[in-house]
Write a protein that binds this ligand. Structure first.
Ligand SMILES: Nc1ncnc2c1ncn2[C@@H]1O[C@H](COP(=O)(O)OP(=O)(O)OP(=O)(O)O)[C@@H](O)[C@H]1O
Ligand SMILES: [Mg+2]
Length: 180
């Protein structure tokens, strides 16, 4: 079973490929409604309506190295297996929102996985982009925003080893407090 954080990494990589500058990742665990919602929101180049329609089809990709794109179909399969699904809203030159829903306690729902490592990879490899991570769990929430860290750092890049370690520990601690 693939951890959901691996899907999040894949979907965020689509946003990076689409030249997004700001990528927001929302994870909402709503036990009252038995629902888990994951959204990746970007301000990248977006897709035409035709491309949005075709993207769920695994034979559609803008990659040149191989013919099939699997990021969105794999996420869609995981969500549908858990009584949910994926919705894509996109506007050319504005951005894209990919939202996946899962039945929270579904037996096939993979664990969220290690969001500290996922954010570490995203930030360390893309220090000039901004990332926001919002994790809501019932009444509690954790938020991480590279724009806030960047303003404290001055000229030090987000990829500096000590900054990367700080980010990983900060997210891990936030997740631990949420009980995630
Ligand atoms: N956030 C996005 N912004 C703009 N276009 C997107 C976005 N996400 C997906 N797409 C388009 O949808 C296509 C399919 O995405 P998908 O993740 O399924 O496959 P891929 O990225 O092409 O390949 P893979 O994920 O297997 O490396 C992409 O090639 C791209 O054209
Ligand atoms: Mg992809």
């Amino acid at each position: 079973m693939r951890e959901l954080s691996m899907h999040i990494l894949d979907i965020a990589q689509n946003s990076i490929a689409a030249e997004a500058r700001l990528i927001q990742i929302d994870v909402v665990e709503d036990a009252a409604n038995e629902m888990m919602t994951i959204s990746v929101i970007d301000d990248g180049k977006g897709m035409s309506e035709e491309v949005v329609q075709m993207v769920a089809d695994p034979f559609v990709t803008s990659r040149t190295t191989r013919q099939v794109g699997l990021g969105i179909p794999l996420l869609t399969a995981a969500a549908e297996r858990c009584g949910g699904g994926v919705e894509i809203i996109s506007k050319q030159n504005v951005g894209t929102t990919v939202t996946a829903q899962f039945q929270l306690s579904h037996i096939d729902r993979a664990p969220l996985g290690n969001m500290a490592e996922t954010l570490l990879v995203l930030v360390a490899c893309n220090p000039d982009l901004d990332f926001v991570y919002n994790h809501v769990r019932g009444e509690n929430s954790f938020r991480f925003d590279t724009r806030e860290i960047r303003s404290e750092l001055g000229s030090i890049p987000l990829s500096h080893p000590e900054v990367v370690t700080f980010i990983r520990d900060f997210v891990a601690e936030g997740e631990r407090r949420l009980g995630a």
